[in-house]
Every structure is written in C-alpha cells, then in structure tokens.
Design a binder for this molecule. Sequence first.
Ligand code: BGC
Length: 766
Amino acid sequence: MMEIDKILSTLTLEEKVSLLFGKGMWEIGGVRDTPEVLMVDGPHGVRKPIDINTTGIFEGNHAATAFPILSALAATWNVDIARQVGNTLANECHHYDVHVLLAPGVNIKRTPLGGRNFEYLSEDPILTGEIASAYINGLQEKGIGTSLKHYAANNSEFERMTISSEVDERTLREIYLTAFETVVKKSDPWLVMTSYNKVNGYRSEENPLLMNQILRKEWNYDGVTISDWGAVSNRLKALKATLDIEMPGPSLSKQKQLVKQIEAGEVDEAIVDASVRRILELMVKAMEGKKHAKDAYDFDHHHLVAKQVAVEGTVLLKNDRNVLPINKEKTKSVLVIGRHAMHPRISGKGGSAMVTPYRLDIPLESMKEIAGEEVIIHYAEGYDDFDSDKNEMYQQQAIELAKQVDAVIIFAGVPEKMEEAEGFDKVVTELPEDQTGLIVSVAEVQPNTAVVLSNGSPLTMKGWIDRVPAIVEGWFSGQAGGSAIADILFGLANPSGKLSETFPEHIGHNPSHLSYPGENGKVHYHEGVFVGYRYYDKKHIKPLFPFGHGLSYTEFTYESIEVNKDAIHDDETVEVSVTVRNNGAMAGMEVVQLYVHDYESSVIRPVKELKAFQKVHLQPGEAKTLTFTLAKRDFAFYDVASQGWCVETGLFDLLVGSSSADIHLSTAIHVTSTEERKPVFTKNSLTKEWLQDNNGKKIIMDFFTQLSDELNMEDEYTLSFLKECPIPAVISLFGQKWMETNDADEVLKQLIDKVNQANGSSKGGL
Ligand code: BGC
C-alpha cells in the first residue's frame, strides 16, 4: 500500500508538478514510484486505443461491447439496468487493464441539435442524475473509477472550446448543476471532468464559483478534477481553482512554466500539495480496485446486458390499430425495407463515444430467425445512405413489394453521412426526403406499415407521422440492437421505454430556439429553467411526443394514490404510494412518474417537475403498490437572494403519470417552511411587499393614512396601482403637502428600521 504522506514529503517540486499533467494521451502518474493510472473513454463501451499514444477518436480501438447510446439507457428509466451496465463495463475495463472510464456525461439536453446529445441522458436533471448515479455505482463498486463529465453547461457543440454558456444562477442550480450534484453526493465519482466551454465568462477549469465554491465547498467533493482534453489555457489559474490534472500530457514546457510560477510564489505550494494528495489517493483507489480484476468475465453475458438495455430503451411512440407486434399466426409475409436493417446504426459517429463492437446483431437476420418458416421475410434496400441517385429505383422496388405482403417494417433513421457526433452540432431534425418520401409512398399501398427509427436525439416527423400507424424509437442501439428490435417487433419482448427528452413538432418550438447557437462567443440560456417539458407545459405547446411518453403492448391502470401525511414541515418527508395494475394480456413494465406542482410561488416556476420514478414489472392482471419518498428539495426552488434552496409554505400537487402529459392520479400536500424567508426591507421595497408582511402591512397602512387622503386603500384600483410602487414614489406622488412639515428621508428610514426590527432582520435600511 502506498504511503501518501511519505511519498508527498519526498517528491521534488518538479515531480509534483509532473503529476499535475497527463503522462501521455491516456495515462497519469508513473513519477518516481507512483503507479500509472490508465483512463479511457466511455460511456458506451470501453474505447481503448490500440496505440495508446494516439487519440483513437476516429478509429483504431480494441473491440469491446458496444452498448446502446446513453439516450437509450435513459429511456429505460431503469436504475437497476444502469447499474448492471456499470458492472459490465467494469469487467471490460479490468480485461483491458483500464483503471478509469471517462464517463458518463450528465449535461442536460437543451436542444435536439446538440451534437453530443446521443452521449447524454435526458432533458431532466432528476432522471439524468439517478441513471448516472447507478451507472457510476456499477463501475466503482467493481473497482473501476469514473469521470463525471462535462462540468458544466456543455449543452451544444457550436464553437465548443471557446463559447461561454451564459446561464442565470437559479437556472444553473435547478437545471444544469443538479445532476452533477446528485451524482457527486450519491456516488462520489473518482474524478470530475471540466467542460470545454466557459460558463458565464470563466473557463470551466478556472471557474471559482463552479470549482472552489460549489464543487469543493458546497458539495464537499474531495476527488480529482481533470480537464477535458486540450482545454486548459492557463494552468496557474486552473490550479488555483483546484483543477488537479491537465490532460493530455506531459506538456513539458507548461510544466516548466508552472514550476517557475510556484517558485515565484504566484501560488501557495500548499495548493499544489493538496492536488497531488488527491491524485495519490486516486492511485491508491485504482490499485486497490484491481482486486476485482479476477471477477467472472464473459463477453456473451455482456452482449445480453447490451441487448436488455436496447430492449428496455426502445420506445413505442405510436401503435394505431395495434399493428405491432407482428402476429405470427395471422401474418404470412413481411417486407423489411431500409439499409439500416442490414447495416444498423449502433452509435453516434466519431469522437469519444464510438466503440468498436466485437459482435453485431443484424436486425434483418434476427427477424428471420424469429420468423422461422411460418413467416416469410422479404427485404428491399429502400434508400442508400451515401448515394441518393439510386433512391428512386429503390423506392419503386419497395413499393411494388409492399403491395404483395401482409405487413411492412421500414428501418429509417439518421443516415451515416449526416453525422451525429462529438465536435459539431446537427443541422436538421427531419429525416432526409428520400426516406420520408419512401415512408409515405409505402404506407399508401400497405396499411400495416411500421417505422423503426435510428437516431440519437429527437426527430421531427413532418409530412409522414400521420401516414403510418406505428412508429418505434430504436435509437442508436449498440451491438445487440438488431436482436432487441426483432424481439420487440414480434412481441417476444414488450416495449417499456419512455422518452427522456421531448420530441417537438417543429424545431422552432424548442425553448432554446431563439438563442441557439449563440453569437459573439456567447450563448444565452434565455429560456431559464424552462427546458424541455417545463417549457412545453408552460406555453401550452403540444409536442409531437411528450417527455416520459412510451406505449406498451399491454395496458396499465393507475388505481390509487395515497400519502401517509397530508401536511408536513419541510424538514420531514412524505411517502406517496401508488397502485398500478396490468390490465392487458401480456406481461410488461411500466414507468411510474411522480411530478410536483407548486400552487403559489414568489418566483416563476414550471407547471410541474419530475421528482421520482420507478419501473415496475407486472404480469397480466397483477397490481403492485410503489412507494416514493419526497423531501424538502422536492418542493424547493433555488432562491438567489438567500443563496439556498427555499420552500414556501403552501399546497403542492403530487401528480402521477405515465408521461409528463398523461397524469392519471393526483393528490395534494401542505408543506410548511421551517425557515420562512424574512424579507429585508429597503427603500426599494414595493408596497405589495410591505403588504405581504404582517408587520410591514400594519406599519405601511398607518403611514399611508397620514400621508394623504387620496390614498383610499379600500379602492381596488388605488390598491393595485400602489402595490407596484416603492414608498419614495408614493411619497413623491401623493405626499407633496405632507412633505411641507415632514422630512421624507428621515421618516422612511424610521419606517424601514421599525419593520426590520420587528422582523428581526439585521440588514436593510436606506
Ligand atoms: C471529450 C471527452 C473525452 C476526451 C478524451 C474530449 O474531446 O470531450 O468527453 O473524454 O476527449 O477522449
């Protein structure tokens, strides 16, 4: 076992500094007797470059299990399976002598155009945080570290290394930091990776608010922070902000410069020592983690885990006339159309998240296996991803064949040439016209047509959505996606995925649309906390498919909701029990979603927010009761004035649904705040604020009586007019006569002191 204090005391300054940089592209350490720690990319598999001195971003990686993309993992809404994915990834890391997987990314999906959406989880911070937490636990409990990324507000790829995400504090806390906070507190990732982008003008790795204050002080994070690859512009500033490691390395000239700066006293050596200590602690964990290296390791089992994620992440978007599943008894022939049925899209392209699969299930082949001799499966290419000149011919062939079969399955999706990738954003959300034209023409001649989609982030479906009875969101589904989709199409598996992101009818409806992608080096998050369903709800815009949506081959009934208390103080918890029954003929899984709605608030809040969810498996006819626990934070908003989470006394609805738009049950609870906010009065306080406060009301009503006869507070118009005015304006408008004998400033000061004293508030005054 390494003795950290001893090592620290014997390292020279140069040696300490060299630990603050990568040893190479993927390793750290190896200074004097310290071990080397090898880190490689995730999140969709272990992407270990064959030549460890290269990035391997484009190709040249060892084969590994390619899991479905994180969009699909989030669409499972299943924390158990996320943990299993973590376990499986850990096994493969051990197999490849890797100590840390650079994953997962928990940035919120702000726009469907975000290039890396496929490697992020959701538009909702609770869903993101819970799935990521389980994934991390799965890895770290098996001795493999994770690097939570990209801290923070990395929500698009446009000018990604220089742009500043301009986000107000409440939005940052409620939307963009919550998932990081959840994961740091629940799962203690060994590392946190900073983002390429700036946040509110500061580079992320130099950002005192994000790093020193929030991550280290408020969340008590004492793990290692690491830069994104090539992100650091000023090593000294980053060090002061507690950035431990700059990657990649060794960047020798930068090391020399940093040594000089430390020697010149530009930074306290204690800060260097603290960083080195954290890095040495990471090394200890990495070495200890290797005791799990002998755990059973089985590629075939890993393939099955990948398949289960693909099955559970598949979202049945639409299924009119129960066109799906294909009924083998009634169907003699099926036509499968589309290149992606032969060449499945298993991941977004390029970048950190593309894994070289060691095995690949082909949808068409898997369908043929299930169909056996009872159902004949035909195939038509339908379109070419690369050369659209042939597409008219392919389309005609497909239409002719479609007339002759009982059902058609069209595999459509984002073509390989239209990349969804790290490094740049998408430009469209529609499928190419060759594909949409094909879908419409085939559906005209064949009413039993279902479309299976391959994509990483929401597609819009203009002109074709109403033409087909069934649509299945299959995502980029990893190496086992082919057999997973075949099971779903034939009903061997029952779809249970739910959207982790709203699908808008039009990209212009997306809340970020007016400020995306940004200009002059800044992208303003003008929509504030109204991201995803929070926006569509508030604006009464019906999306194409809402957040949380997903159908099943069976039917679930939401039978009852109960709370164990109908009133709590905010330092207490409440238990919500929900009973759900499977009323159909097939076993299936339902994702029960619990949202909270605040009746009345002093800040503008979303209509409802997801606070908890559970996935439940039910046999036909079976009912189960699920219990959720809600606590203070579930009712709170981030109060910028008091710099904390604030619950205001009042009623809250607890809404239970099968999606954000399908609420089946509700009840209400009264929550009393234990730290009611005491307003601090100043001369800018408005009349309405004086009136809202018990002491303030009495004081200001007395004063108005003395000020002028004009102020009849019984009159509604007078009252409404005055409410929005600060007291100096009221005096100026109505107290000209009164000022002949009174000193306005002096009286105002007395009023303010009086109310602040009565309330026990210390600050304030003129
Ligand atoms: C990405 C990170 C990744 C790193 C190493 C960066 O370009 O943003 O997500 O972990 O490269 O490949």
